[in-house]
Write a protein that binds this ligand. Structure first.
Ligand code: DI6
Ligand code: FE
Length: 413
């Protein structure tokens, strides 16, 4: 129990969605108070239970009347590719004329076209184009974002992307977690030599990324248009040899069994998973993985295969929700829209959706002990919302209800 004399900020007259238990509950505490000290949550509970000495005159605490509004944890977008060059509006038009995502990828469009644009862009240009995307998320209440590489596909350009992702944290008060996704696609120069490319990924890129401390995790796109199960395993082995946690783009367009493979490596998460089956779900449960749902990509590709939500519920696999912000399949930098889509398209309950961008978003990034919940000792990443009930965050879309945002106890909006 911290001493109330150390409190720097105290919210009174607020309601809390603590999100400490993602299982169909907001963890609500109404008529509550919450105190911040040294960047952490120092106290929370019913306002009537506040320690008697909190309002002593000699306190330097900033007491804020929340006016009956709601506090939630700062939002977490646990899967994005928001650093990239160019855009793919031309492919959007092609798809509307009847071409599929796979056809475009096979004809040299898709990921590799973003690779050319990303290679051409300087660090400064990539930073400048990523900043408005991150700003949009930040202004919606996001305090932690994961950003993947994967549009460089050679050592210099993968490193450039990860550096830019790190530089974004100097521009905005957002915690950035970086994921090395060298195995996102085959660059054209390795068109018929996937194994040769993976030699570079595992033996050149990854050691360099580790040496420069540029990534918190390693990801692979395991798919017919990406890497096979056997190739994915090679990258997982390399990640493991560097003690880096694993994430995987899996079962997005077909079921190759990548989630099950990832479970054998105690991966943090398997992401997309529209085609995931029960065996994969059981394996994920056993190893404590999180399922990351990406309704923006589902929507944008006009996918019809729904992720197996009922089975994930049945086996109590935690479900995170994220934007997948990227130029090809989810050019959508809006976490509120993901809340709405998770409910309307995937039929998550509003509390499941909110858990997906708070406590379970944190879990998908290995941050369960410090972020994504309103709990004593957790980082004081906190959002104040102009809403009367938490479900409004999922129900309404287009008017930003964010009233204040704190990162590590500091007011940033
Ligand atoms: N799956 C996706 O949805 C994105 N990457 C991936 O592995 C798409 C990336 C792109 O099309 O640029
Ligand atoms: Fe993705």
């Amino acid at each position: 129990m911290t001493n109330s004399k150390d409190w720097q900020t105290l919210y009174i007259n607020v309601n809390l969605a603590t999100m400490t238990d993602g299982s169909n509950s907001y963890g609500e505490i109404t008529q509550a108070a919450l105190a911040i000290s040294n960047g952490k949550i120092a106290w929370l509970g019913k306002e009537s239970d506040l320690p008697a000495d909190f309002s002593e005159k000699d306190h330097d605490v900033d007491i804020i009347d929340g006016k009956g509004r709601w506090l939630t944890p700062g939002l977490i977008d646990c899967h994005t590719h928001l650093v990239y060059g160019g855009n793919r509006a031309n492919e959007f038009e092609m798809r509307l004329q009847g071409k599929s995502y796979q056809e475009i990828a096979n004809a040299g469009g898709g990921i590799v076209s973003t690779v050319s644009a990303t290679r051409k862009a300087s660090e400064a240009e990539l930073l400048a184009s990523a900043l408005p995307r991150l700003t949009a998320l930040h202004q919606q209440g996001v305090t932690t974002v994961e950003i993947k590489s994967g549009y460089g596909l050679d050592t210099v350009n993968e490193i450039k992307m990860l550096k830019v992702a790190g530089l974004l944290a100097d521009e905005l008060p957002v915690t950035i977690k970086r994921t090395f996704l060298g195995a996102h696609a085959l660059p054209t120069e390795y068109k018929d030599n996937a194994d040769g490319y993976l030699d570079i990924v595992c033996n050149e890129m990854l050691p360099q990324v580790v040496k420069d401390n540029l990534a918190d995790a390693v990801d692979v796109f395991c798919e017919g248009i990406g890497f096979s199960l056997e190739q994915t395993k090679r990258v997982f082995d390399a990640a493991r040899s560097h003690n880096l946690p694993i994430k995987v783009h899996a079962e997005q367009l077909s079921n190759l069994g990548a989630s099950e493979l990832a479970a054998n490596y105690d991966a943090l998460s398997s992401d997309h998973i529209e085609f995931l089956d029960e065996a994969g779900i059981k394996a994920m449960k056993k190893s404590g993985m999180t399922a990351v749902l990406l309704p923006g990509a589902f929507y944008f590709l006009r996918e019809t295969q729904l992720p197996p939500i009922d089975l994930l519920r049945k086996h109590q696999v935690p479900m995170a929700v994220a934007t997948d912000a990227n130029p090809g399949t989810s050019p959508i930098h809006n976490i509120h829209l993901m809340l709405n889509m998770a409910c309307t398209l995937f039929k998550l309950t509003p509390s499941e959706a909110l858990a997906g961008i708070t406590c379970y978003g944190a879990k998908a990034l290995g941050l369960t002990a410090s972020k994504g919940q309103l709990a004593v000792g957790y980082d004081a990443d906190i959002a104040l919302w102009n809403i009367e009930q938490p479900a409004e965050l999922c129900y309404q879309f287009g008017v930003n209800p964010l009233a204040a945002l704190y990162q590590a106890g500091k007011r940033v909006i």
